[in-house]
Design a binder for this molecule. Sequence first.
Ligand SMILES: Nc1ncnc2c1ncn2[C@@H]1O[C@H](COP(=O)(O)OP(=O)(O)O)[C@@H](O)[C@H]1O
Ligand SMILES: N[C@@H](CCC(=O)OP(=O)(O)O)C(=O)O
Length: 380
Amino acid sequence: MTERQMQTEHEVRSCVASAHTVVVKVGSSSLTTPSGHLDVDKVGALVEVLAEAAKRGVRMVLVSSGAIAAGFGPLGFDARPTDVSTQQATASVGQGVLMQHYETGFARHGVRVGQILLTADDTMHASRYRNAQRTLQRLLDLGVVPIVNENDALATNEIRFGDNDRLSTLVANLVRADALVLLTDIDGLYTAPPFKSGAKRVGFVSDIDWVIDHISVGGTVSGVGSGGMVTKLEAARIAVSSGIPVVLTSADNIAVVFEGASTGTAFAPAPRRDSARRLWIGFAAGPRGTLIADKGAAEAVLGGKASLLAAGVVEVRGDFSAGDPVWIDDEEGNHIAKGLSSFDSEEMPNTLGHDTTQLKRLLGEEYAHPLVHRDNLVLL
Ligand SMILES: Nc1ncnc2c1ncn2[C@@H]1O[C@H](COP(=O)(O)OP(=O)(O)O)[C@@H](O)[C@H]1O
Ligand SMILES: N[C@@H](CCC(=O)OP(=O)(O)O)C(=O)O
């Protein structure tokens, strides 16, 4: 199914329903009461469906928000805190409360859960990414349902994802999921923010870029969610570009998603899934520097088949080592690609502007290689 474009909505929905490995993301707005506190009945209802699927043998990862919602009541606050250190402390208390509900709920069905708290850094550095990947895979092999959240107790505004939508899509790549299900407080993507009159639910998206360009989406209105539909579409874009089908719907509909019913919005995946390394470069890696390509090199890179050669690079910015991710920018300052550098930044200036023959003569055989090889390069 992933080797060709999944044309029909039916095919996409069946693929999600029969997924062997699935990531389910549930937002704060689906786990809370109108006053923003954790709603244990909603947690319980979700667990019932997920535990049944896990017992049927589905390898399931749950990305759950709700730590702050679960923490501010026990700490005696009237509302969600807004300053960073109180949010961190609240999440630290609430994450334990949240996990306690999941632990007891899943245990009723004989299903074990494990907690994984990730920071953005864990997805940006190759070694930490592989480490998270190993742990998640092992948990799944052991039949455990990993429950993932951002490590809010330590995340600051500068480094946090904030919403869990993009985190869930990175987790879907980490575990090579067959499907991503985004659960929220609305039953799908609408043609406009749903409070606008005439907004209609979109049942199927075959071309997400068209949707991003033509459909008006807004932020959260619940006061408990973080990214609204903007980050959900961004998450869906990354997932489908990685070959992973997505269903976006309300948490109440989770059971019928697993039956392949036509609920919410289904997003068709791109025809071919890239290698794990290229997906990481494209969507997770945090660049440490920038190589500025001249017009010819930028065109060659954008053609999709060329490596970035020193002959076409006019400037190197930043301090990075061989193997680190870097931006490739054109001379107007636009990011055109991301890639893994073949050299340390300090080795590069002497190579710039020289072709392979000159590099061999001037610096030796070991410098006669592309600055970024096309296998390690992803267009944006
Ligand atoms: N075009 C749109 N279609 C659907 N929902 C939209 C759209 N634009 C904005 N939204 C808003 O996005 C909200 C869901 O995002 P959010 O509150 O962040 O949820 P979560 O906590 O599940 O991440 C919806 O309640 C809705 O008000
Ligand atoms: N990590 C935070 C959740 C952030 C958030 O609200 O995310 P989301 O509901 O997915 O938009 C928490 O657990 O409270």
